[in-house]
Design a protein around this ligand. Structure first.
Ligand code: SF4
Ligand code: SF4
Length: 441
């Protein structure tokens, strides 16, 4: 019986880590449904980008208030979780404050964790006020109704509760230490919780022990539950922003990728010595679908982008199409891509690893043509994104599908493309008349 709490703890820990591993494997499998693309070049530049953008949060500073608050939550959450290591070891070994022999260093660590916990609580409250009282425009766009709003609020509540539990645990521990109750050894500095938990000063030892134990268990179970919640939440970005920024595009903004099969065909057309009926070497297989109508047609990095989206709306708030009342929101493009990818993933889970045609696709069922054609390709969204996501690339691939597979470009574009083909210019004038304007001067 003496080891029962240790055993219960180990079972809970294994379950928490086991479910988390299963979910991460599902994310990886779903991302791999995308088309292969080699992004292993320029590794030192990529490491630098990841360190600067994901670890250093370099793009968050563009909006200083939210940038600072985010930095506090991020640093606080990561550093406070160093304490989780001690909690886990205590839970497995049945010890209490295993790292206490670190002495002064331990005091400094616990003290700084407490100060950070307080700052996280303040930052979380500011975030909540911005979303729910100030109702900043980017948080109340149509795509943020329902689950996305609940998810954003839930994350804040969970972070708040975890920090309060951490301080409660320390506050009761502090009072037990004051009374030299075994095993509450004199260790740690509690600059926040000794005031926050001042009301516990008159509590009996048994009440204090009960509060400390409940807060301790709830804190660690809450952390494991939160870890597993990530898979269902936009909060997955706390993990995926690292690979996403590492594999982010190194091309100049606005550079379009060529379709290899089309490039080959054009080269063949331009080569006077080529046999027009010859099949180009290595091109015996039927060509791939041009562009994308569903998530499997996108590249894996675009699918990783979708899982990484924090739903912050910085892209949408910079998007000229959205600002002028068009239906397009680059954030929605990413959210739709993730929703469809998860739908495909669930389909695969239910059908023993095989995707069964479900009569749906990303185009039309999630993203409308109106949204796609509203994009000006200005790249403001990619510039604004704090985690190197590229919504424009998805829009362009889907447009490519509409034009090349369905000949379904809007009338104005079709006219322009015919003009380029026939007149060498987008306007409906004969090529021979192109210099006429000189005579009109
Ligand atoms: S590239 Fe398109 S989606 Fe992105 S900001 Fe510009 S108009 Fe909006
Ligand atoms: S794409 Fe980037 S900027 Fe847009 S909502 Fe997602 S994380 Fe924010």
């Amino acid at each position: 019986m003496q080891y029962l709490p240790n055993l219960i703890f180990i079972v809970i820990l294994l379950l928490g880590i086991g479910f988390f591993t299963r979910n991460i494997k599902r994310v990886i499998r779903n991302v791999k449904l995308g088309k292969e693309v080699d992004l292993s070049d320029h590794r030192s530049v990529r490491w630098g980008n990841m360190a600067r953008i994901a670890l250093g949060q370099s793009k968050m500073g563009v909006r200083p208030v939210s940038g600072l608050m985010h930095l506090l939550v991020y640093v606080g959450f990561i550093i406070i979780n160093i304490e989780v290591l001690e909690i886990i070891l205590d839970g497995i070994l049945g010890t209490h404050r295993l790292f206490a022999p670190l002495g002064n260093l331990y005091d400094v660590l616990i003290g700084s964790f407490e100060i950070l916990a307080l700052l996280v609580i303040i930052a979380v409250m500011v975030f909540w006020l911005r979303r729910n009282v100030l109702r900043l425009a980017r948080f109340i766009k149509p795509e943020m109704k329902g689950w996305p709003k609940k998810d954003a609020d839930l994350i804040l509540y969970i972070e708040l509760v975890l920090m309060v539990l951490f301080l409660t645990m320390n506050a009761s521990d502090f009072h037990l230490q004051q009374q030299a109750i075994n095993p509450y050894v004199q260790a740690g500095w509690f600059p926040v919780s000794q005031f926050f938990g001042g009301f516990m000063a008159d509590y009996s030892v048994s009440t204090l022990v009960m509060i400390e134990r409940v807060a301790w268990w709830a804190h660690i179970i809450g952390i494991l539950a939160f870890l597993n919640y990530l898979y269902y939440s936009k909060h997955l970005h706390i993990i995926l922003s690292f690979p996403n920024t590492f594999y982010g595009s190194l091309n100049a903004k606005g550079k379009l990728d060529n379709l290899e099969s089309v490039t080959k065909e054009v080269k063949l057309m331009m080569d006077p010595s080529a046999d027009p009926y010859a099949v180009p070497a290595g091109d015996e297989s039927p060509p791939d679908k041009f562009g994308a109508s569903d998530v499997m047609d996108l590249k894996w990095i675009q699918l990783l982008n979708a899982y990484t989206c924090t739903e912050c709306g910085r892209c949408t708030s910079e998007c000229p199409a959205n600002q002028t009342g068009k239906k397009l929101s680059p954030r929605k493009i990413m959210m739709d891509t993730r929703d469809r990818l998860e739908e495909v993933g669930r389909n695969i889970n239910q059908n023993k690893g095989e995707f069964k045609e479900d009569g749906k696709q990303l185009l039309d069922d999630y993203i409308s043509r109106e949204e796609l054609w509203a994009c000006t390709a200005c790249n403001a969204c990619t510039e604004a994104c704090p985690v190197s996501i590229d919504p424009l690339s998805i829009i362009l691939d889907m447009r490519r599908y509409l034009v090349m597979e369905q000949s379904a470009a809007p009338q104005e574009l079709n006219q322009m493309m015919s003009n380029i083909e026939n007149n060498g210019a987008p306007w409906p004038f004969n090529q021979l008349d192109r210099a006429n304007w000189v005579e009109e001067l």
